[in-house]
Design a binder for this molecule. Sequence first.
Ligand SMILES: *Cc1c(COP(=O)(O)O)cnc(C)c1O
Length: 355
Amino acid sequence: MKKYNFNAGPCILDRSVIEKTAEAILDFNGIGLSLAEISHRSKDFQPVIDEAEALVKELLDVPEGYSVLFLGGGASLEFCMIPYNFLNKKAAYLNTGVWAKKAMKEAKLFGEVVEVASSADANYTFIPKGWTVPEDVDYFHFTTNNTIYGTEIRKDFDLKVPVIADMSSDIFSRPVDVSKYTAIYGGAQKNLSMAGVTIVIVKNDALGKVDRPIPTMLDYRTHVEKGSMFNTPPVVPIYTALENMRWMKAQGGVKAMEKLAKERAEIVYGEIDRNKLFRGTVAEEDRSLMNLCFVMKDEYAELEKEFMEFATSKGMVGIKGHRSVGGFRASCYNAQTIEGCKALVACMKEFEAMH
Ligand SMILES: *Cc1c(COP(=O)(O)O)cnc(C)c1O
């Protein structure tokens, strides 16, 4: 039976990206050795990281003056590296979910954290509006896509203070005006690659402005100076990122990714809203195009387990909602197909007809 992968992360990658990674692991570029057993400083690997960096810049239209880094540690390490490198006295955070909260927790180790707004009381079912950012903060931090709750901020803010964003789960799903950010970061395993590499796009002249000493590995300047090669980088995930970016480029880049994301969302949210058994979980205007969350309507609540089993029997994988939301979550990252979304919708329709 064909499987449709709706996993939230690590998640779906185009089959060709997986196959090319597998080939490189068996025999890299026909050199008779595996990508996994050659030096990251070899003439064979250097072009990989060079092209990966160039493709990030091309796909996201990164302006001059920014560095693209491939680091380890996941987005979770960035929660601490961001304040380490940028927080002198005070930073502002928008609290839109668990990941935003975790970022705030780390920042508090380095200075005062102002929570500009929060939707925690409503279990993060909407993006707070109408907040203001104090002008005396070192930066404002927000999470573009809230993977667990299924809300998303699809715009770049114009603020008087530096803006930093965790884009772990929607980077490369739409065009972004990078010039409006001091730093953008994300764990790769949601839209870029397999787990193991973290992407950081950082404005060079914003670095070196904090008073504290920074441990070498946690100082962005180390990695900027060494082109992400201060120590051994995660070579295989970087290679997968490269293949995935080649794939994205061949599809038409992030504009094409955005168009597809909108088509997928229309199909799935359309059915969630139409079907008598289900309802969405978040404010409509804040719905994520990446993580589409839904639950059984109250009067059908007892059917949750049955739908889960039914969908699984039809090949749906990974649609169980996060424990803090319940219900279902269909993650529709870049490689998610229209066919997959239609299969899910067919499944929801069939289940409705059974009840
Ligand atoms: C998954 C996720 C993280 C955590 O990423 P790791 O790479 O596992 O540390 C952080 N932020 C967001 C928005 C995420 O979706």
